[in-house]
Write a protein that binds this ligand. Sequence first.
Ligand SMILES: *Cc1c(COP(=O)(O)O)cnc(C)c1O
Length: 462
Amino acid sequence: MNIKVLLDESEIPREWYNLAADLPTPMQPPLGPDGKPVSPDMLGKVFPMNIIEQEVSSDRWIKIPEEILGILYKWRPTPLHRAVALEKALGTPARIYYKNESVSPPGSHKPNTAVAQAWYNKQFGIKRITTETGAGQWGSALAFSCALLGLDCKVYMVRISFDQKPFRRLMMETWGAKCVASPSTETNAGRKILEEDPDTPGSLGIAISEAIEAAVTDETGQTRYSLGSVLNHVMLHQTIIGLEVKKQLAKINEKKVDVVIGCAGGGSNFAGLAFPFVADKIVGANIEVIPTEPSSCPTMTRGPYSYDFGDTIGMTPLLPMHTLGHTFVPPPIHAGGLRYHGIAPLISQAVIEGLLSPRAVHQIECYEAAVLFARTEGIIPAPETSHAIAAAIQEAQKAKEEGKEKVILFNFSGHGLMDLTGYEKYFAGKLQDYPLPEELMNKSLAAIKNLPKPKAVKSGRW
Ligand SMILES: *Cc1c(COP(=O)(O)O)cnc(C)c1O
């Protein structure tokens, strides 16, 4: 028996899968400030047109340009592992598989879309890309991709992380990106906030505002902005993950997956693994598909479906999604990449259809799962990834109780070698769980009370 399944470079998938083509109910459009659907032209100053075309596409398959594959080969196809040591430790009859996205040079799934976005920007004649980053995972993935493609990269990094987490910033600088603490004195948005509160720790919302402003105000017209999750084209680029897994399972004659799991912040690594399996479910396969989120930031499990802004300040179009409200400030859990108030609209629509079964997990259970994983399988998981591992362990234990030989698949979205301070706090007994109090949630939901409500349309098939 193989404990890992590898694909040859020649076996890499050559098309991305677009779930929008197969969802029984069409996606509702993003809205502009006037409450009317935004036109592709309105987004043209923010994103290059070739990416906007992908964003609105309803084609089922979209060809991956050879030059993008040429870069992805640096680490793709990624291994699929059978977690035999973890299975043994749990004494479960289930077979547990994980897709190892931690082997990319920046250490997560994020470069799958960062490389594609940088390439499309370059094709469109763009010379410089701006973005924001919280803990630095997305910023480092984009910096890496821009370095390989010869583009300038400017990253607005949330001040508190800039000061407290120098290693991801140093990775970005090593790849040649310019990284400034946000709020910065370089943009109107940043200057205004610094005037009001010179000692602010910053926030992702402020950093997004600065990065968009920097892109749209470049008079040469050669700068665009890039987002690492949530949007349709990002989900699309990540589907190479699940498409590879299907080929890998076929190689070892594993015919049916029972449970598919991924952690979800904005939703991209989950969607990347799960959407090709959701396609099977739409045509009748019996698969349980579980996006997992922190109990402290329970977007899908407790948030209403509403139109809401993607950022805190309200610069983005209104997106139809499950949300805790754009002013929601998540508790300071260590899975920084999962502290997001909304979720990808494609995932929301699949939740409404009943195709997905979202689950919330507490932080301490996640660290327990991560440590068990590290001590059996060997790789130290990112705090975000630990949410998928915790759910996989729950499913493996359920299979044990039921005496069923289930096949459980999860996405190992990234390693935690840059996030060891969270482990230090866990070992010192200093971590706590933060179940979100109803009052706190209602407070941030009050801010979106007057925003338009999308219709929650479902076919009733699931
Ligand atoms: C950013 C990140 C996530 C969360 O983002 P998604 O878009 O929900 O995938 C999860 N895991 C890792 C390792 C990350 O870096």
